[in-house]
Design a protein around this ligand. Structure first.
Ligand code: AMP
Ligand code: GLY
Length: 428
């Protein structure tokens, strides 16, 4: 089987890496991929834009690609699945109508309300004055969100009314383009976040191991939101009891509500939850694809061949699959980022130490990297590398990740030294 993976992050490197562990997968082509997928054995990059559906379709049909796995939300929300399926290709990822669950927070909120899924109270606005008067009435802390896709950066958890007003101004001034046509103002929830990524064929839903992603740039979970600065799985917050409730109160209700709207949702349904100290939870967001960096910790522990699960989702026979098999233990990843991210940062810095980190036992997934003309790996994005450790328990996994990252060097390298700080205090 030849597989095309769409995207260029650490998630796509992890997807390609995992798929290539199967002897059924002969080759992976990444569009556009990164420095990691360029150097992975039996993997190559195809320099097309992720919205060049025609280019991908032509390549896939000409080169015997039998499966397309879409990593990123942008092509999904632009209808890549609908387009490529019409060309006769097998595609993993929901159709455009289903991807709205991530592409519009207002749409997702209405769906959750209709389905009775627990979620933060929110109101939607199209102009600043009404948004600000609602804000005054609600008080702070409060959360302001751009409606559409903004790479994790369209959300402000405002401690003061002034911060919230600034966030509203920024969104309506067009910083996030059409993603900012609507603003959601949402009740601020306290607790611990859990990412539940589930596979679904539109009928059956199989959750993967629950993960914890550290979204804030700063240690102690402070500062601006990012795409994610580190993650681990499993997380002790997600008890079996909690997961059973998530299955019935969130995942099943949501898939049923989607079906009621005529949407046959097949792919990953990712529920981002906030779990309160008393164990109650609410959905913060849905994503229509694998999480990044959650995938970089979940896939290393998955023993069931990923392509079998993906094909079962596409063919609507997930219910016939045996229970998912997992390695015992834990996985943790730390993101090596470019200084300045999630704001402005420089690119093109030479990266060294990857092989040393791997020799020390870590798995290094590339995110914002590329090969330069001298075949050196250089930085090419805000989140640059994901240094992943696996161990019998969380402490072993995170220690391996931090041991690995100490070998990595590039100008401006920044990483959080407290990933998993709530699980354990670690010396780094
Ligand atoms: P979202 O893209 O909606 O998941 O928001 C990104 C991040 O902002 C989440 O992962 C949380 O860290 C934070 N966040 C979002 N909504 C809320 C909320 N209602 N209360 C507290 N934090 C939130
Ligand atoms: N790690 C957050 C996300 O994938 O959206």
């Amino acid at each position: 089987m030849k597989v095309l993976v769409v995207g260029n992050g650490g998630r796509e490197h992890a997807l390609a890496w995992k798929l290539l562990q199967s002897n059924k997968v002969e080759q992976v082509v990444c569009v556009p991929g990164n420095g990691g997928t360029a150097t992975l054995e039996r993997c190559q990059n195809l320099p097309l834009a992720v919205d060049d559906f025609e280019g991908m379709s032509q390549f896939a049909l000409k080169n015997g690609i039998s499966l397309v796995v879409v990593g990123s939300e942008i092509p999904l929300s632009n209808g890549i699945t609908d387009y490529l399926q019409n060309q006769g290709l097998m595609v993993f990822g929901p159709v455009k109508a289903g991807a709205q669950i991530e592409a519009s927070k207002a749409w997702a909120k209405a769906l959750m309300q209709e389905a009775g899924v627990p979620t933060a109270t929110a109101a939607v606005f199209t102009e600043s004055a009404a948004a600000k008067s609602y804000l005054q009435a609600q008080g702070s802390p409060i959360v302001v969100k751009a409606d559409g896709l903004a790479a994790g950066k369209g959300v402000t958890v405002a401690q003061t009314i002034e911060q919230a007003e600034t966030a509203i101004d920024v969104i309506f001034q067009g910083q996030f383009g059409s993603a900012g046509n609507f603003v959601l103002i949402e009740e601020c929830l306290l607790g611990q976040e859990v990412s539940v990524l589930a596979l679904t064929d539109g009928l059956t839903i199989r959750p993967l191991l629950p993960a914890r992603d550290h979204k804030r740039i700063g240690e102690g979970d402070t500062g601006e939101n990012t795409g994610g600065m580190g993650a681990y799985t499993p997380t002790p917050i997600a008890t079996l009891e909690l997961m059973a409730r998530v299955q019935t109160e969130v995942l099943e209700k949501t898939i049923t509500a989607l079906r009621n709207r005529g949407i046959d949702y097949r792919g990953v349904l990712y529920a981002g939850l906030m779990v309160a100290p008393n164990g109650d939870f609410k959905v913060l967001e849905f994503n229509c694809r694998f999480g990044d960096p959650e995938t970089q910790v979940i896939l290393p522990l998955l023993e069931t061949p990923l392509e079998d699960l993906i094909l079962a989702c596409i063919d609507q026979r997930l219910g016939e699959m045996p229970p998912l098999a997992w390695k015992e233990g834990s996985a943790a990843t730390v993101v090596a980022a470019s200084g300045g991210y999630p704001g402005d940062y420089e690119k093109g810095k030479i990266i060294t130490g990857i092989q040393k980190a791997e020799a020390a036992g870590a798995i290094v997934f590339h995110a914002g990297t590329k090969l330069n003309s001298a075949q050196q790996i250089i930085t090419d994005g805000g989140r640059v590398l994901n240094i992943t450790g696996i161990g019998e328990n969380f402490q072993q996994a995170i220690t391996q990740a931090y041991t690995g990252i100490k070998h990595i060097q590039f100008s401006g390298l920044y990483y959080r030294r407290d990933i998993g700080h709530r699980v354990l205090k670690i010396e780094t």
